[in-house]
Design a protein around this ligand. Structure first.
Ligand code: NDP
Length: 286
């Protein structure tokens, strides 16, 4: 049989992109499954998105990830959107299907999967989210689609916070409310799942933690962080001191990467390999 030396290509467009760890995890997954696939982190400036996307189509890429500043700007170039990506209004993954290019958002789905794997159900739960940026939006919508009863959004910027609460109550079955974030904010006492979805605490600012009243975290709460570097941010350490169970951002990152792997290759992702690779990456580079 004739040998096939051509690698299947996927990648990520972003600016900045140099510090993005997704490729390390996806390439470890490809290697562990014996696939001749490559994941290329690609520096694509804001004004170059159209040309860059035409380029990867011309080079027969299998799919793509998008990060800042392209998650919304890519939408006009796509042939369709998944229902969740349509509600969220942002795309982090592009999948080639039947000759068309479909936009999906796996950030929130990765979060929901990581939470479920940690043993926490969302159906009927009251969720509080700190932040209203891209990650918070994806998580809020997917928690609502997974059956959460109520989602409270706490954010500094009123417009962004209100917009997310309105999006959730307008487009899903969950109720949602916005609480302004002025100084040390208390966590609502009915919270069952608390999600830290801001960038506070991310390396190199790993000595920082969100300005909340930490003693309003109670042992019955499951407390999650989207920050994955460091693997155990101060926020989660403080939550554990108050008796809460915690779920780290690395689980979300791995699960969204695993979903992308499956969307692109059609195979089950080697989640353990992906997790170990990332954990080692952050431990070594810390
Ligand atoms: P955005 O820039 O879209 O949003 C940032 C959010 O953080 C805003 O709501 C902003 O509030 C809030 N914020 C920033 N600084 C502070 C502060 N000092 N106090 C309170 N709120 C603050 O970023 P993303 O949503 O895209 O990313 C957020 C984090 O999520 C990043 O750390 C990113 O690495 C992580 N992430 C993790 C993923 C994973 O798989 N684990 C996947 C995707 C993202 P305001 O609106 O008031 O300005």
């Amino acid at each position: 049989m004739e040998k096939n030396y051509r690698a299947q290509l996927v990648g990520c467009f972003g600016d900045p992109i140099d510090g993005n760890p997704t490729g390390v995890m996806e390439e470890a997954a490809f290697a562990s499954c014996g696939l001749n696939w490559r994941y290329l982190p690609l520096l694509v400036k804001q004004g170059d998105l159209k040309d860059a996307f035409a380029g990867i189509k011309a080079m027969s890429f299998e799919g793509l990830n998008l990060t800042m500043p392209h998650k919304i700007a890519i939408i006009p170039y796509l042939d369709g959107l998944s229902p969740a990506a349509q509600i969220i209004g942002a795309v982090n993954t592009v999948i080639r299907r039947n000759g068309g290019w479909i936009g999906e958002n796996t950030d929130g789905k990765g979060f929901v999967t990581a939470l479920l794997k940690s043993g926490t159900e969302l159906r009927g739960k009251k969720v509080t989210i700190l932040g209203a940026g891209g990650a918070a939006r994806a998580i809020g919508v997917e928690c609502a689609l997974a059956g959460a009863e109520k989602i409270t959004v706490i954010n500094r910027n009123r417009q962004r916070g209100q917009a997310l609460a309105q999006l959730i109550s307008g487009r899903t079955d969950a109720q949602s409310q916005y609480i302004p974030w002025n100084g040390s904010v208390p966590i609502p006492s009915d919270t069952e799942i608390l999600v830290q979805a801001t960038c506070v605490g991310l390396t190199p600012n790993c000595l920082e933690k969100p300005d909340i009243l930490y003693d309003t975290i109670t042992p019955n709460m499951v407390v999650c962080d989207v920050v994955f570097n460091p693997v155990d941010p101060l926020f989660l350490q403080e939550a554990r001191k108050r008796g809460a169970a915690t779920v780290s951002g690395i689980g979300m990152l791995v699960q969204q990467g695993a979903l992308n792997f499956t969307y692109w290759t059609g195979l089950e992702a080697p989640v353990d390999v992906m997790y170990r690779t990332l954990e080692q990456e952050f431990t070594v580079s810390r």
